[in-house]
Structure formats: C-alpha cells, structure tokens
Design a protein. Structure first.
Length: 327
C-alpha cells in the first residue's frame, strides 16, 4: 500500500514539473524573470560622454519601469555585432527591441524578421533608412533629439558671428551614420552663402584624431585663414581647441561643439569653445513610456522629438553652476 501511494505521488510530481516546464518554454524570453516584459537593447556602447549618459539613462529608466532590459552594446561601431544581437533578440522572442544603430542602412533583413515575429522596434538617437515595406512595419517610433536642428543652430550662430562671411572647417563624425548626414543637412539649410567651407573631414568622434586633423588643416589653409571650426561632437571640438591653441590661434578661431557634455560646457565657460549645442541624451523615461504604451495597446507617436538647448559662455557657466548636468 505504501509503495502504491508513493508511486501515485511520484507521478503527480512529475506531471507538475512537465507542466511548469511547458509554461516556461511558451513564454519565450519572459520565462523565469518574474513575469516582467523583456526588452532587448541593441546599443552602441562606449563612444563618448553623450553615449555613456544616454545608455545609462535608458537602462535605469527601464529598470525603474519594471522591465527586464537586456543590454547588448557593440564595440568600435561594429554593425555586424549589432545585427547579430538584434537577430538573437528576435529568436529569443523578446517583447520589444530598442535599436541605437551604428549605421543607418543595412537593417532591412533584421527588421523584416522582427515584423514577421510581431516584435515592435523602437529606434533611439539614430534613425535608420529602411527600404523594404515589410521591414518598415516593425518600427513603431523613433525617439531622440533632432540632429538637423543641431546643424541649424551651428549655422545660425556662425551667420551672426560673421555677418560679412568667413572661412571655416567642419569636423565630421563616422561616415555613413544618419547623425552625420542629418547634422550636415541642417547646417547646409541655414548657413549663409558668404560662409566658405574650406574643407570637411572626418575625425571619427575622437579628440586625439580631431587634434591631428585640425592641425593639418590649419597648416594647409594658413594663407587663406581659418575663422571658424564646427565639430559635429564635443570630443572633436575639444581636440580642435587643442590644435588651435598649439598653433597660437587661441581666441582667433571660433570653435563650435555639439552634444552639451560637461567637459564642453566648461570649455565654453573658459573661452576655449565659443558655443555648444546640446543633443540631449536624457530620454530613457520617454523611451520606456513609449514601449509600455505600445505593449498596453495604446497609440504611440511615430516620432518623439526630445528638446535640447544651446549654450553661450554665460549660459554654459550657469548650467555648470546649477549642478544639474548629468553628463
């Protein structure tokens, strides 16, 4: 009799375990995480002050909102690693994917897979250029500041500073990125015809590379004279400032940065940079809210633009004194 009872209990226990295992596999990526919604974050990773602040803010916001956020940064802007991470998130059947792309093209196949799996995708910071109609269906919303606005602010500042025109240099980011093209588009829309761009050259977002590139360009155009330099991010602006100082031209060349990091604002306050344009990285809460709203069946705007600011010397000092800068 005892053995018979033990056999019945063993069978019941095994049935319960099989049932639990089946439930876990049916939930895909959500299994074993306390029922939290799983969101894959295809990220850029280490790249500078903006990127660190942005990706930390997104991770914190999703944790605070109760999501299981799975962070997958690439290295050295390697798009193939991003594509691999994206496809893995699709295979894992996550509830949503956040994509901060290193390049704006090359995403059609991955996005099409996400659309077929009915996994919503939210692009953040950098938008993507999608040609396939089926792939476009995967993207719910783009969230981030306007890069075109950044370029426009740089051009308008230069037009005011040099009403009679001037000669300038442009330090660009990594070729092929939507951020590079969009900032340049905004700049071209607003720059006055009497402003002459002597040369545009990539310094790959790097301070050291910008210093080297700027030194070479200052020497190359020494006879014509360089009045201004617009760098498409703060790290390159700081490198340009070092080269200008080394050439004995500090105070004679107007330098504009872009991103609004503490280091750049300090350089503006100290007179090393003339103007800085914020590209606000703090939009984790807006991103988490957009994902939550969509998963709850609510409408989400296709483009959620994050407000940014510009900083003159006085405005930069005030922002630093406030102690509220997070990056």
């Amino acid at each position: 009799m005892k053995n018979w009872k033990k056999a019945i209990a063993l069978i019941a226990s095994m049935s319960a375990l099989v049932s639990m295992a089946a439930c876990g596999s049916a939930n895909g990526a959500s299994g074993g995480n306390g029922g939290k919604k799983v969101v894959g974050f295809v990220a850029v990773g280490a790249e500078g002050g903006f990127r660190t602040a942005n990706e930390n803010d997104i991770q914190t916001a999703f944790k605070d909102a109760g999501f299981d956020l799975r962070y997958s940064p690439t290295t050295q802007s390697d798009q193939q690693k991003q594509i691999q991470a994206f496809n893995k998130f699709v295979n894992d059947e996550v509830d949503a994917i956040i994509l901060s792309s290193t390049e704006d093209s090359g995403w059609d196949d991955s996005l099409k897979k996400a659309a077929e799996a009915e996994i919503p995708v939210f692009t953040v910071d950098r938008d993507v250029d999608v040609q396939d109609a089926a792939a476009k269906k995967a993207i719910v919303s783009h969230i981030g500041p306007s890069n075109e606005w950044c370029g426009q602010q740089a051009a308008e500042f230069l037009n005011k500073q040099f009403p009679d025109g001037g000669n300038g240099l442009i330090l660009e980011g990594i070729a092929g990125l939507s951020v590079v093209k969009d900032r340049q588009t905004g700049f071209d829309e607003k720059i006055a015809s009497n402003q002459k761009v002597l040369e545009s050259q990539s310094a790959n977002w790097s301070t050291d590379e910008a210093k080297t590139v700027t030194a070479g360009l200052l020497d190359k155009y020494k006879s014509q004279g360089v009045n201004w330099i617009w760098a498409q991010n703060d790290e390159m602006a700081l490198g340009a400032a070092q080269a200008v100082d080394a050439a004995g031209l500090k105070g004679k060349v107007t330098i504009i940065g872009n991103d609004g990091t503490k280091a750049a604002l300090q350089a503006v306050a100290d007179g090393e940079l003339a103007f800085d344009i914020e590209y606000n990285p703090i939009f984790g809460k807006e991103t988490a809210q957009a994902v939550q709203d969509y998963l709850d069946g609510k409408d989400v705007e296709p483009n959620i633009e994050i407000e940014s600011k510009t900083f003159t010397k006085e405005e930069a000092q005030a922002a630093l004194d406030s102690g509220e800068r997070q990056y």
